[in-house]
Design a protein around this ligand. Structure first.
Ligand SMILES: NC(=O)c1ccc[n+]([C@@H]2O[C@H](COP(=O)([O-])OP(=O)(O)OC[C@H]3O[C@@H](n4cnc5c(N)ncnc54)[C@H](O)[C@@H]3O)[C@@H](O)[C@H]2O)c1
Length: 264
């Protein structure tokens, strides 16, 4: 066989690609957007909080003009259509979608209202479906090819604590949606994969930890065999890999990035 002419580091460049990252105003999505921008991509920052979206886009543009932002709630079909149109109008195409926007309010089933249940499904599962569908249709219209990466959770495989039943169910749904979409869009050259983070230090987790017991947090740390809480960069590295040419033959898969929590 003739040796490949490709240099490995070049595989991870995203020059000329356009990526949408939902929930990129804060936390993991913010870290992913930064990695994408530094890898050469144009990045659309989408968040229901317009102020944080704008701040993220400004940060990225200060390093290299490459980013635009839009206020959009992923659970709204109208907002998701506006978001994809915005990306196409601004950058001409969509090559990568990261479905990061998600919520994780803590509430035991016994105290959970139907509205509590539905809001979590609406953002985490319906939102992933809506963004995935609109981006995949645009990628198909462009002639095919593209990457979709869904941010799920280790809770989709194993509940980490009481109070996240609605969340755990939504992320289990994201895993199955990932596989089904990979099957459906494979012939268009679109890969669909999911990343399942463990405990990652973000604004959202800080707010959640304030409402959970210190003992629960300590237990979580004890089980994490690498002995530290993860950072958004720990997740962004895996997402960049899946968005890159290095992962062209990977689809329908779920990648646990949890510092060893699930084996602990
Ligand atoms: N941090 C963790 O430990 C952890 C672990 C496993 C999975 N995850 C998943 O990673 C993703 C990001 O989590 P995070 O910790 O960075 O959260 P975060 O709360 O720090 O940031 C989430 C961002 O998403 C935005 N957002 C929320 N709802 C939205 C909506 N309906 N439409 C658009 N934007 C919306 C928020 O405004 C915020 O900017 C979520 O899907 C979460 O379930 C996080």
């Amino acid at each position: 066989m003739t040796p490949s002419p490709v240099f490995p580091a070049e595989l991870f460049r995203l020059d000329g690609k356009t990526a949408i990252v939902t929930g990129a105003g804060a936390g993991i999505g913010h870290g992913i957007a930064r990695f994408f921008a530094r890898a050469g991509a144009n990045v659309v920052i989408a968040d229901r909080d317009g102020a944080t979206a704008e701040r993220t886009a400004n940060e990225l543009n200060a390093e290299r003009p490459c980013s635009t932002w839009i206020e959009a709630d992923v659970s709204s079909e109208g907002d998701v259509r506006r978001m994809t149109q915005h990306a196409v109008e601004r950058f001409g195409r969509i090559d990568i979608l990261v479905n990061d926007a998600g919520i994780f309010p803590v509430k035991p089933i016994a105290e959970m209202s139907l509205a509590d249940w539905e809001r979590v499904q609406d953002v985490n599962l319906r939102g992933t479906f809506l963004c995935l569908r609109e981006a995949a249709l645009q990628m198909r219209k462009q002639g095919g090819g593209g990457r979709i990466i869904n941010i799920s959770s280790i809770d989709s495989l194993h509940p980490s604590m009481i109070g996240l039943a609605h969340y755990d169910a939504s992320k289990g749904g994201v895993n199955m949606l990932t596989r089904s979409a990979a099957l459906e869009f494979g012939h268009d050259g679109i890969t669909v994969n999911a990343v399942l983070p463990g405990m990652i230090a973000t604004e959202g987790v800080a707010a959640m930890s304030a409402g959970t017991s210190a003992a629960a947090n300590e237990l979580f740390m004890k089980r994490t065999v690498l002995g530290r809480v993860g950072t958004p960069d720990d997740i962004a590295g895996c997402v960049l890999f899946l968005a890159s040419a290095a992962a062209s033959y990977i689809t329908g898969q779920t990648f646990v990035v949890d510092g060893g929590f699930l084996i602990g």
